[in-house]
Design a protein around this ligand. Sequence first.
Ligand code: AMP
Ligand code: MG
Length: 392
Amino acid sequence: MVSEEEARKKIVETVRPLPSRRLSLSQALDCFAAEDYVARLPLPTFDNSAMDGYAVVASSCKKGQRLRVIGEQPAGRDKQLSVSAGEAIRIFTGAPVPQGADAIVMQEDVTRDGDEIVVNTDVKAGEFIRRRGCDLAEGQKILAAGERIGPATLALLASQGFAEVMIGGEVKAAILSTGDELVKPGGKLEPGQIYESNSALLNALVQRCGVIVKSEEHCRDDRERLTEAIKRGIKNNILIISGGVSVGEHDLVRDALYKLGAQIEVWRVAIKPGKPFLFGQLNQCAVFGLPGNPVSAFVTFLQFVRPTILKMMGATNLNLPQVPAKLTVDLMNDSDRAHYIRGRLEHGKFTPVGRQESHALFGLSQSNALLRLDLGHSLKADEIVDVQIWDW
Ligand code: AMP
Ligand code: MG
């Protein structure tokens, strides 16, 4: 049995980022940038009006002042107008500020009277002008290689005129569930059978990483069928097998992988839940054998498979988001493995939920965060701990 740290190090060192590619912005959400991006334009790109109103010279604008309206500047075409003291130019939101103007008076603060306006407020220089470069300077870094591209970053890239973005490689993932007792949801259960739920879980977790699962299969505990299913699965970059990786007579995964010539890098990890865990390589494919128990599959996915997928995608940060939280109960871990406690993080407080056992799927469904409690450690209520948010 290896420690969690050793296992993770081994896995992360083994996998390589996949070749990067160019995608249109509309396809790049939740991908990782493959190169640094810098601003090629300042934002705002030119001084412009923040309001519909009138461009004026602030020093010539006292409350009650009459100004002559000498032109109109709409958004979209710079008419190169200029304005002097005693004059105003009708202007609209986003329109370039005319020469000589140093403030915009909102249209709500003036009374229009033919070709003139009466200003009903005092005007300060700079008011309602969005200055060139005040948000972002030309040459400033807007996205670093390895960062996740979210909706606002996509908008920022678009604002810079980028139609496409270089992102990390496309990960092809396959899921293979094993077990004679499993029935596909929708089918009929015979006594002793249960519905197969790990595929739904793993598929969703893979999608949360920003990857579409290419193939999903179920296989009985049968050597030949398992071997054939593994051969199909390893045509992908990553194959996630669930069940059959423990030490019972029906746990055939490790043996099948060995016979196919896989290099098994990690087998059995000191975490709870999740001890029967396997990682290996077979023909360029990263193969994971996750325990069949749903909560074990869940925890090992998040601690080992997720970082692998993210590294393949070109991400820099492979960790789940972590936040400090106040623990609401005493906890102790007297087992021989680090314990991932499922709980709920609410208003800065972490409370364990449900049965802390590896089959307890309902409890897991009520949780949104994990607390890692090292072996031999205990914690007291009201202590501040770091918890991992998994429902990110
Ligand atoms: P195994 O790792 O194959 O020994 O399975 C451990 C436990 O997890 C058993 O109780 C299995 O019935 C259960 N299990 C295995 N695979 C799945 C699955 N895909 N969906 C739901 N439960 C599973
Ligand atoms: Mg099984």
